[in-house]
Design a protein around this ligand. Sequence first.
Ligand SMILES: Cc1ncc(COP(=O)(O)O)c(C=O)c1O
Length: 373
Amino acid sequence: MYNELLNSIKSKNLYRKILDRESAQGRIITINSNRLLNFSSNDYLGLASNPEIFDSAASLAREYGSAGASRLLSGGCSLHQRLESQAARFKGADRALIFNSGYAANVGVIPTLVSKVDAIFSDKLNHASIIDGCRLSKADIYIYNHNDPAHLETLLKQTNAKIKLVITESVFSMDGDIAPIPEISDLCRSYNAILYIDEAHATGVLSKYNINYDYIIYMGTFSKALGSYGGYIASSNTIIDYLINTCRSLIYSTALPAFNIAASICALDYMIKHPELNNRLIENVKTLRTGLIEAGFNVSLTPTPIIPILLDSSADALELSKYLFEHGIYVPAIRPPTVTEPRLRISLSAFHTTDDLNLLIDNLQRGLKCILH
Ligand SMILES: Cc1ncc(COP(=O)(O)O)c(C=O)c1O
C-alpha cells in the first residue's frame, strides 16, 4: 500500500530525501562528502554556527539542565522569562510567550483564537503551519488572493462573524515577497478584525514597519535569522494570558530546554549589537538580485533574501538543482505540495561573498542551458 503511494510520488518527480550535513551549518557545508557553497538555509545573518553565541549560551544554560516538564509544571526556568521579556521588547509588545517551534505556535495559537462562530481570512500563499492551524479551528476560512487587500476587503464584507482573524506572513517563505501590512492593518481597523502576522522570515531581515493598531498578534521564530530554535507570540497581556490558559501546543508539550533558550537570548543580543550583519545581508540581496536580472532571470528587486527561480516542471527543478550540486553549489528544488510552481529557492546570508554570488549566477546560467537542451 505505502510502496504504491511512494511509487506514485516518485513517478511525479516529487520524491523527497533527507540529506543531512556532515559539517556545521554555514557558508560551506558538506553533504555526502561533497563540499558545497550553501544557498539553502534560513540562516540569514550567519548566526547558526557562531561560536561566541554558543559559548555564552552554554555557560548561561549550564545551571538549569534540560526542561523535564511542560512550562505549566516545572519545565520553564528564569531564562524562559528573560527571553520572553527580550522578545516583547524587540517586538514592541506588552508581553511574549515562547513556543517549542514556529510550527507549534501557528498550529496551536490559531485554533485557540477562533472557534466555529468566527472567521479566518488567510493569504493564499500562507505557510503550511498556518494552513494547519486554520484547519484545526472550526472557524469559517476565507482565502484571499496573495497580497491582495482589495480581495481581502471583499471577503471581510461577507461575514458577521463574532471574531475576525486576518492572517498573513510579512515576508513569504517561498516567494520572498512582502505583504502590504499597512493596508492590511487599515482594513483590520475598519472591519474590527484581529491581525496575526507571521514574521518567521522578517525577523533580522526587514526593519520595523510603521503601523499603529492595537489588535495585532506577532508570531515569530528564533530558528531562522537568529540561528537558534523555538517560536514565540508577542501581543497584549490579555492575549498572552489567554494562550497560557488555553493553547494546547503550549500546555501539552515539554518546554524547550534551557540551552535552546540561552542560544536564543544570546543570538538576539548579538544581532542587536551587530547591525552590520543586516547591512551586509541587504547588500548581498541587492547584488544578487541585480546580477540575476542582468543575466536575464525573472526576479524582482524586493529587499528580502529569499529568491525563487521558477521552472516549468518539478523535473526541471530537480535537474537544475542536481547540476548545481555537481558544480559545488547547494540550492534545493522546491516542488508541490510545498508550492504550486516548482522552483529553486535561493536563500542568501550575510556570510556570502560577492564571488559566491557571481559563481551562483554563472552556474545558474550554464545549468539552465544544459537542462533545457
Ligand atoms: C512562514 C513560516 N512560519 C512558520 C514556520 C515554522 O517555524 P519553525 O521552523 O520555527 O517551526 C516556518 C518555517 O518553515 C515558516 O516559513
